[in-house]
Write a protein that binds this ligand. Structure first.
Ligand SMILES: Cc1cc2nc3c(=O)[nH]c(=O)nc-3n(C[C@H](O)[C@H](O)[C@H](O)COP(=O)(O)O)c2cc1C
Length: 359
């Protein structure tokens, strides 16, 4: 028995489970493990070389694509954050698309192009991505944390949505809508577009709920961090069990609202601002220093990246520990294969039980 959905059909994968995008970290080992286990792996928008040093996102992306495709015959994708603060975003899209085009194995297996944290139209407007779209079965998804954004994604021709609720770890939207309501809202507004539910998913029961609410699969971040296969530091993994759901806090980072594990770094970070406040702050900065460049505006983002590297090296006090409320339902560190198989088994049980209520 398995669970077949529009997402398994679209990508030709065994299980409707994806690993979430988790930049600035390198998530190549995790992507391989998820793809090997029959799910949809994810190469994050990383600024990290294989040995953990900071490198340009373009260099990291090409190396990570090559590494993953050499180590699995499974299906995977990549994430590009299209925020206005992403330095060289269009170049990163072009270089990534050209790199995939040039390698027939990548063209076959790298089928999931996920944009987030910015405009949904940047990828489909890019000429190199357009060529890739014609030459392969690649599907473009965008992260939609609100109905208005889901509408925009559909308007620009996205193939699917990653519908991400506010309980999720890492960058979150200013709208603050939780996944339960968001999924219903987006499915009511956009019933036909394939959806991957994200934010707060870590169990089979959660997956069953997502499918009942109109999603064709789930994506998980925190659950996969706390796996034997991920390249996250043991200290990072060991936060997850025994953490409680209430051990995260929402703060403002370089890209906007972020959900973090409550540690010294998170508690010292600024309070959440509205989108308008954040944009006004960026504008004021730009007006005061008329020669300000996009690079300077991205400075806060860089500081976050440096703090993120601290946790990559195991510093749980000063690190930028991105985790979601789902940590409250994760009670052990297992292999990715076991996580996926157990979730599918439990989701099947939950769905069958739900059907038994119908008389
Ligand atoms: C360590 C970490 C890094 C993240 N970085 C990104 C990113 O670069 N791009 C993105 O779209 N989402 C990012 N996110 C959000 C995840 O893609 C996803 O929405 C989130 O993990 C879902 O919640 P969960 O952790 O409860 O599964 C990040 C999340 C985490 C935990």
């Amino acid at each position: 028995m398995t669970i077949k959905t529009n997402i398994t059909e679209m990508f030709g994968i065994k299980y409707p489970i994806a690993s979430a995008a988790m930049g600035p970290f390198r998530t190549t080992e995790l992507a391989i493990a998820v793809a090997e286990a029959g799910g949809l792996g994810m190469i994050s928008h990383a600024n990290q070389s294989m040995d953990g040093r900071e490198v340009s996102a373009i260099t990291a992306m090409k190396k990570n694509l090559d590494y993953v495709v050499e180590h699995t015959d499974g299906i995977f994708g990549f994430n590009i954050r299209t925020s206005r603060l992403t330095v060289d975003c269009d170049k990163l899209i072009s270089e990534t698309a050209k790199h995939i085009m040039a390698n027939p194995k990548l063209r076959e297996q790298c089928l999931y192009a996920l944009t987030s944290a910015g405009s949904a139209s940047r990828m489909p407007q890019n000429k190199d991505f357009q060529k890739l779209r014609k030459a392969s079965q690649v599907k473009h998804f965008h992260v939609a944390p609100a109905l208005w954004l889901a509408d925009k994604c559909v308007a620009v021709g996205c193939d699917g949505l990653v519908v991400t609720g506010f309980e999720g770890g890492g960058h979150q939207s200013y709208e603050k809508v939780q996944g339960l309501v968001l999924l219903q809202q987006v499915h009511q507004g956009q019933p036909n577009i394939p959806k991957i539910a994200c934010g707060g998913f870590a169990t089979g029961a959660g997956m069953a709920a997502a499918l009942a609410l109109g999603a064709g699969g789930i994506a998980m971040g925190s659950r996969f961090i706390a796996s034997k296969d991920s390249e996250f530091h043991e200290n990072y993994k060991n936060i997850v069990p025994p953490a409680k759901a209430q051990d995260t806090i929402v703060r403002t980072g370089g890209l906007g609202t972020i959900r973090l594990w409550k540690n010294k770094f998170a508690m010292a970070k600024g309070l959440v601002k509205s989108k308008e406040e954040k944009m006004a702050e960026e504008k004021a900065l730009a007006d005061h220093r008329s020669a300000i460049s996009q690079e300077q505006l991205a400075e806060e983002l860089r500081r976050d990246t440096i703090a993120a590297f601290a946790i990559f090296d195991g510093d749980t006090d000063n690190g930028y520990v991105l985790l979601g409320q789902s940590i409250g339902v994760i009670d052990q560190i297992e292999s990715v294969a076991d996580i996926i198989e157990n979730i599918i088994k439990d989701a099947e049980k939950a769905l069958k039980k739900a059907v038994s209520f119908i008389v």
